[in-house]
Ligand binder design. Structure first.
Ligand code: 2AM
Length: 178
């Protein structure tokens, strides 16, 4: 199975983000039900490794915290933009949680993640260059700021690639303390 660790987002926040999903031809918008903030991509594992991952994540102790999504940007360069995302206001608690998860997974035998953690919620994937409208889209939404929300857990998801697109299923939820 293909696994990743993420924060789920409250329904009203996902609806709000869903409101950003227009005005850009060629963008493949993420279904609002699938919007999430990835903390650690794990990838393909067998049943035994999945159990080790679950045990490692169960041991992560963290405190709940507040998080605010804000700003819109792109991954990829000017010539080949790959994805559109909503960013996160600087958040030390989020960085700490992500670092604890990384440490726990490495102890469980996973290879270290080489990419620097750039917290974001992917809104759309760009298969073709949307042209000048991409710049306008980002500028017009640069002041986007959602209501803060309380992060009281993190989730291990499995990802299954169906004909209709990726289906994400929560496999385990790990609560954060008060
Ligand atoms: P993305 O949102 O930036 O595309 C489930 O696929 C999640 O894991 C997605 O949120 C995706 O991040 C991330 N992901 C997918 N493949 C990845 C990879 N090879 N390395 C790191 N993250 C990946």
């Amino acid at each position: 199975m293909r696994l990743f660790v993420a924060l789920s987002l409250p329904q009203d926040l996902r609806n709000r983000l869903g409101g950003l999903a227009s005005g850009l031809p060629g963008a493949r918008w993420v279904d609002p039900d699938n919007l999430h903030l990835t903390l650690r991509f794990i990838g393909e594992v067998d049943g035994r490794e999945a159990e080790d991952v679950d045990a490692a994540l169960s041991g992560v102790q963290g405190k709940r915290f507040s998080l605010t999504l804000s700003g819109v940007g792109q991954f990829g360069d000017e010539r080949r933009p790959r994805a559109l995302w909503v960013g996160v206001e600087p958040n030390e608690a989020l960085e700490r949680l992500q670092a604890k998860i990384e440490t726990a997974l490495q102890r469980a035998g996973l290879a270290p993640e080489k990419r620097k953690f750039k917290p974001h919620v992917t809104l759309a994937r760009l298969k073709t260059h949307p042209g000048e409208r991409l710049h306008d889209y980002i500028v017009q939404r640069s002041l986007f700021r959602a209501e803060p929300f309380e992060v009281d857990a993190f989730t291990l998801y499995s990802s299954y690639l169906a004909n209709s697109g990726a289906i994400y299923s929560p496999e385990a939820v790990y609560p954060l303390g008060g």
